[in-house]
Write a protein of this length. Structure first.
Length: 238
């Protein structure tokens, strides 16, 4: 990862924070964003303790101007983007309503943040990657995007769309060295999980224990991997 430029959306907490620290430790330069400035700046400081150069931009990925500012600032500062991790996501209303009761505005908002933003950030980053004919895009999916579960509403449906987007884009880019893959991180101990399953009574993985699959997909060791759906294995599991 030495000197690779890694862009991570939704990096102020949870998995995004864990990925930022893992890539910083591995020697990458980082461009991170989230809507909440205070938490994001804390993560920047934590990552800098590993000696990483970190650009932290307060930005909402569902806002086109914010996306442009985030990507353009990163390209100006670092000259390129080698890896994009589309991690930012929202759950929607909690407790999660059944579809029949799902407010239309909330449904549209979840799809805007979780799907349209993945498309628009990638579309803005891709030209630079294609010019250099090198790059790795990693989208974050979920088990709820692979099987439709009652009560997982717009969130699950948004992840189905992320999976379709990943496969379609991977196929369109199959003759290039720009790779698009996705990771299902599994259930993790984060704010999102607390919103989704407030009465959770089983053990959960910590986000920092499932980062290896992302490091692998970001590196040239996975040069042959394209259009794949990988599941994270918590450290210690077989
Ligand atoms: N936790 C799980 O069990 C689980 C399971 C399967 C998949 N996942 C997936 O893993 C990824 C990370 O989830 P997590 O559990 O770490 O979630 P989380 O703790 O809720 O963190 C989400 C991150 O995304 C940011 N974010 C949300 N909306 C944003 C927006 N519009 N623009 C920019 N940043 C935004 C949040 O910061 P701000 O609020 O400050 O913007 C935060 O940094 C998500 O894609 C999620 O769907 C999670």
């Amino acid at each position: 990862m030495k000197n690779k430029v890694v862009m991570i959306t939704g990096a102020s907490k949870g998995l995004g924070r864990a990925l930022t620290l893992a890539f910083a430790k591995a020697g990458a330069k980082l461009a991170i964003c989230a809507r909440t400035s205070e938490n994001l700046q804390l993560v920047k400081k934590e990552a800098e303790l590993f000696g990483a150069e970190v650009l932290a931009i307060t930005a909402d990925v569902s806002n086109a101007r914010d996306v442009e500012r985030f990507v353009a600032t990163t390209e100006n500062a670092f000259g390129r983007i080698d890896v994009l991790i589309n991690n930012a996501s929202i759950l929607g209303p909690s407790p999660m309503p059944m579809l029949l009761d799902y407010p239309e505005e909330d449904f549209a908002e979840v799809l805007r943040v979780n799907v349209v933003s993945v498309f628009s950030v990638a579309r803005r980053v891709l030209p630079g990657m294609l010019e250099r004919n090198e790059g790795s895009i990693i989208n974050v999916t979920s088990e709820a995007g692979n099987t439709g579960y009652a009560g997982w509403g717009a969130y699950g449906i948004s992840k189905f769309a992320v999976e379709g987007l990943t496969e379609t884009w991977a196929d369109e880019l199959r003759h290039t060295n720009v790779r698009v893959n996705m990771v299902d991180p599994g259930e993790m101990n984060t704010d999102m999980h607390r919103l989704a399953v407030p009465d959770c009574d089983y053990p959960l993985a910590n986000p920092e224990d499932i980062v290896d699959v992302f490091l692998h997909l970001a590196s040239s060791d996975s040069a042959e991997m394209h259009g794949q759906r990988l599941e994270a294995q918590p450290e210690g599991d077989a």
